[in-house]
Each structure stands twice: as structure tokens, then as C-alpha cells.
Design a protein around this ligand. Structure first.
Ligand code: FRU
Length: 548
């Protein structure tokens, strides 16, 4: 507290029922973090940070003198400067704000009861869509929709984390803060190697990001660039939009620009969700965009990428993709996408708004996706998570071409095989699984074989990790039929973390994810069920935490 230079400028705003005090304090920044006390019980009020008369940040916060938990602002960019913190709400709690080189709660960080142990989640606050996924100079960048100040959605900013191996993540300061044009909605990132934008410097290509600025009136597309490997950004043209298409579509819903380089014609492509589908725009310089075409049938968070069929580089197809993991397969000439079949899905459950990495080296060649895991972590100072990074492949199936997804090979380094059995009855398998009763994280691979049973599955404390109904062909609520329609077997690769469960079926033909929700009254733990089923194969792996 002694680091604070406080100037309380209290302004009393009293009515009969309430007495709110708007005020400001000034703090000379000598430490990395400002720690801010919050409670979900308080209402949201506006706070701002002003430095040398210029407003740097403005957001709403449930500041509280009786904090339920603490959030923080990383102030490293402002070291040595005096920040005026103004608050329009009840200012009683202002004096509790303090700076420190640690966040409040650092000691228990990543050890919290529901903290995902091998999935990315943010230290504090809310996250949703992955944004700006790009590989550059040995780092995978994961930006994400983020409310740094509360465990619920608000104040959309771009949070930022980097990884060298797609598995261990380091959280960095917030990369894009809301501005006068709007809050920072979803978008993407490219590396402008040829300096088409002019943002780069000799030997220093710019990382260029595209985001939607959202305000009550409209959603517009804006550009920012970084010359320091994605750490800090300059908003192009002061954050003014490069695309404003509300009038054209007579709709506010124009958002989530997904940009990539289209090699054959040497131009940039932007896929943008506009009202009822995905539009294609092209550009030579990342600033001036021309509308080319539109395909209906998608909502939010577009993606568009090319994949070899069964790995054949001479036979490639394009995949157009929407927020709910539905996709179409077809052709793309740089301006128009033409579907060649229907609309399909390959993943369901808590996954949403997934995006794939740009700029993966050709020598690697993988199409790597990360999806938002809509997994609530009740009572935690953080909320929601990213699902495991997966590799997407396009394969010939009996139904035609289909997307498959499996966790990237880098995830293997976390898994240690500890037990393996075959040919068990469900009773025997349940007995073997007893020693893992208490596991807070685990990977289990299993193949079950039905014979007398039309319904079978595998539970964890009464929660159906696998629930297969061969009569209705339903697997955990969605239609599923194995590649061999006469097959009586189902293979599941199950990744259990503290607050989530992800299941990959039959080598990635289908996957789903869910919040981990044990029934506290259930004593069964791991439990295979189904009349006379055979647990043909059962493998158990321990999984290391990525935070150790
Ligand atoms: C999808 C989405 C995007 C939008 C963002 C806002 O989850 O609605 O369309 O850009 O979230 O946080």
C-alpha cells in the first residue's frame, strides 16, 4: 500500500437509496501489476487509466471492497509513469488497489481446484474464441477473446499467450485493448513477409492482425501491426476501419475477419462473416479490400483452408468452416468458394469458434486447430479454456471426403502409459480402473465391443464420457455410425482434465468435449456399462501438468 500515491478526489453522488462515490487515484508505476479487488455481487462501473492526460484504457469492472477474487492489469508498458485511475462507481474499494510484481493469488496460480492442468486457460478473467493464431520465429501465438477484469464476458480485448511446442503456454500482456471505435472482437493474424502493407521494416516483417471493433451501432473490420513478435501493436489509421459493411448487408452482424495469403494469385484473402454467411474479400496491401463473393449458411468465426486428400499433395480440396464446426468441402480460386457436397460436422460439445494456425512452415505442413472450450469453472477467478490443439486431415470415407481431427503429436510428451489390458468383461475393467478413482487428470484409450447390448458406454462418476446407442446410432447425443456400418466396436481416446473431458472416436472420425461434471453421490468412479460388452482394449496414461 505504501507504493501508492493517492489523491482522492471524491465526488459524492448521493440519493435516498444509494450513495456512490466517484473518485480517482494516481499511482506511480514501479511494479509490474496493478491488483484489483472484484466481486460478482457488485454492479459494473466504468474505470479508466489516464497517463499524461491521455486515456489509455477504459473498461467496466465490479470493483469491490469485499473482494470475491482479484484481477490484474499488467502495467509493464507504463513503468515509471503516473497513472490516474478514475472510477465512476462506489469508490470505497479504490484504496484497496495495489501494485506488486506478483498477481494477487500467485501462490496458488495454476493449482486452483478447477484449473485445467494440460489445457490453456488464462490466469484471471474470462476467455472465449481463439484469435490471431499464427506461427512466427519459433513461437505459436494464441490470442484470444478476453475479459481481464471479470470471470464473465465483457470488455472484449485480445489476450495473448505463446508456446514453443503447442502444449506449454506462457501468458503475455493483453495485446489489444478496446478503443473509441469499439471492443476487440475476433480476428486473425498474418506475417507480411513481402511488406505489401508497408508496415514492416527492412529485415523485420510485420505481424498484421485483423479484428472486429464492436460498438452498439456496428461492427467494423480494423487492422493493427506489430514489429516486436506480436508483443505490442499499433492500430492502423488510429484504429479506423478498413471495412464497414453494415449498410451493404443491412445488418450489424459483420465480423471475425480471417485473413491468409493466396499463393497462386499472390493476393491476400479475407473471409468475413456477414449476416447470413461468409464473404470473400481480396487485397494487395492488407488495407484496401475488394468484395468478391459470399456463401450463405455459416455464422461467425470463418475459416478457409486447403488440405490434401489422404495426404496426397497432388489432390487438394478447400474447406470452408463456421463457428459451430460445420464445414463444406469444395474448390476455391482465390475469389469464390464452390461447395462440392453438403454441410457436415466432425466435432461437437463444448467446442466453438475454432481457428487454425497461419504460417505453419511448409516442412511441417500440418493444419493445426484450437477451439474454445465452453467449459465453465464455477467459483474460480478464471473461466473457460482452450481445447487441445488438433491436427485436421481430409480423408476419403464411405460417405465421401470428411474432416478428421486428432490431438497434435506434441501432446504425447505429456502422456505416460501406465497400464494396458485386453479382453476384459465390464466388471473386470471396472475393477482394474479402481486404482484411478481419484485421478484429477488421465488419458484412457479403450475399445468396447457390443454383442447383446444395443446401448453401452463408459462413465466417470455417473457422467457419460461415452454413451453409444447402436439402435438410434447416437453417440453422446449426436448421430454417429462407424466407417464399417456393421461394426460392433467403438474406440475412444479420452482426455480427462480437472474441469473438462475430450473424446476422440475411431481415430478422429468424430470428437466431442464436455465439462467434467461428476455426480458427487455416485461411488462408481470409472464404470463401463452395457449388457455383456467386451472391453477389448484398455490403456491408461498419466498426464503431466503443463504448468509445472
Ligand atoms: C463467437 C463470437 C464472435 C465475436 C466474439 C465476441 O464466440 O460471438 O463472433 O467476434 O465471439 O467475443
Amino acid at each position: 500500500m505504501k507504493h501508492l500515491m493517492k489523491h482522492l478526489l471524491a465526488l459524492m453522488l448521493c440519493s435516498a437509496a444509494t450513495c456512490a462515490v466517484a473518485a480517482d487515484i494516481s499511482i506511480k508505476i514501479t511494479k509490474r501489476y496493478l491488483n484489483l479487488p472484484v466481486s460478482q455481487k457488485e454492479k459494473r462501473s466504468v474505470m479508466s487509466y489516464t497517463i499524461n492526460g491521455k486515456e489509455e484504457q477504459r473498461f467496466v469492472i465490479r470493483l469491490s471492497a469485499n473482494p470475491e477474487y482479484w484481477v490484474f492489469s499488467d502495467m509493464s508498458a507504463y513503468k515509471g509513469k503516473t497513472v490516474k485511475i478514475s472510477f465512476e462507481g462506489d469508490a470505497t474499494a479504490l484504496s484497496k488497489i495495489y501494485q506488486d510484481d506478483q498477481i494477487n493469488g500467485q501462490d496458488s496460480l495454476y493449482k486452483e481446484k478447477k484449473r485445467p492442468q494440460y489445457h490453456f486457460s488464462t490466469r484471471r478473467g474470462w476467455i472465449n474464441d481463439p484469435n490471431g493464431m499464427v506461427f512466427y520465429e519459433g513461437e505459436y501465438h494464441l490470442y484470444y477473446q478476453h475479459n481481464p477484469f471479470e470471470r464473465e464476458w465483457e470488455n472484449m480485448s485480445w489476450g495473448h499467450a505463446v508456446s514453443k511446442d503447442l502444449v506449454h503456454w506462457e501468458e503475455l500482456p493483453v495485446a489489444l485493448h478496446p478503443d473509441k471505435i469499439g471492443t476487440m472482437f475476433s480476428g486473425s493474424a498474418v506475417i507480411d513477409y513481402d511488406n505489401t502493407s508497408g508496415f514492416g521494416k527492412p529485415g523485420k516483417p510485420a505481424m498484421v492482425v485483423f479484428y472486429t471493433a464492436d460498438n452498439p451501432d456496428r461492427q467494423v473490420q480494423c487492422v493493427a501491426y506489430s514489429l516486436d513478435k506480436g508483443r505490442t501493436f499499433t492500430k492502423y489509421n488510429g484504429g479506423k476501419p478498413v471495412i464497414d459493411s453494415k449498410e451493404k448487408w443491412n445488418s450489424k452482424d459483420t465480423r471475425d475477419p480471417r485473413v491468409f495469403w493466396y499463393k497462386p494469385s499472390k493476393h491476400w484473402v479475407m473471409v468475413l462473416n456477414e449476416r447470413d454467411g461468409h464473404s470473400i474479400y481480396t487485397s494487395a496491401n492488407l488495407k484496401d479490400w475488394t468484395f468478391e463473393s459470399h456463401i450463405t449458411g455459416f455464422w461467425e468465426c470463418p475459416d478457409l483452408f486447403e488440405l490434401p486428400v489422404d495426404g496426397d499433395q497432388n489432390n487438394k480440396k478447400w474447406v470452408m468452416y463456421g463457428a459451430s464446426n460445420t464445414y463444406m468441402i469444395g474448390s476455391f480460386d482465390g475469389k469464390v468458394f464452390k461447395p462440392e457436397g453438403g454441410k457436415y460436422y466432425f466435432s461437437s460439445g463444448s467446442i466453438y469458434a475454432a481457428q487454425t494456425f497461419n504460417n505453419i512452415p511448409e516442412s511441417d505442413g500440418r493444419r493445426i486447430q484450437i477451439g474454445w472450450g465452453r467449459v465453465p469453472q464455477a467459483g474460480m477467478p478464471f473461466n473457460n479454456m482452450m481445447l487441445l490443439p488438433t491436427e485436421l486431415t481430409l480423408r476419403k470415407t464411405k460417405d465421401g471426403l470428411r474432416l478428421y481431427s486428432l490431438p497434435v503429436k506434441e501432446v504425447e510428451q505429456l502422456c505416460t502409459p501406465v497400464k494396458k489390458w485386453s479382453g476384459l468383461s465390464s466388471a473386470e475393467a471396472n475393477d482394474k480402473m479402481k486404482e484411478f478413482y481419484d485421478a484429477d487428470k488421465l488419458r484412457i484409450k479403450t475399445t468396447i465391443k457390443l454383442s447383446h447390448a444395443t446401448e453401452a458406454g463408459f462413465n466417470l462418476f455417473a457422467q457419460r464420457m461415452v454413451g453409444y446407442d447402436m439402435n438410434f446410432n447416437m453417440l453422446n447425443g449426436m448421430f454417429y455410425s462407424p466407417q464399417d456400418p456393421t461394426s460392433m466396436e467403438l474406440t475412444a481416446d479420452i482426455y480427462i482434465d480437472r474441469s473438462s473431458i475430450e473424446v476422440f472416436i475411431d481415430g478422429g472420425a468424430y470428437s466431442y468435449s464436455m465439462e467434467r461434471k461428476p455426480d458427487r453421490n455416485n461411488r462408481e468412479g470409472f464404470h463401463f456399462w452395457g449388457n455383456n460388452i467386451e472391453v477389448k482394449n484398455l490403456e491408461v496414461f498419466t498426464v503431466k501438468s503443463i504448468w509445472e
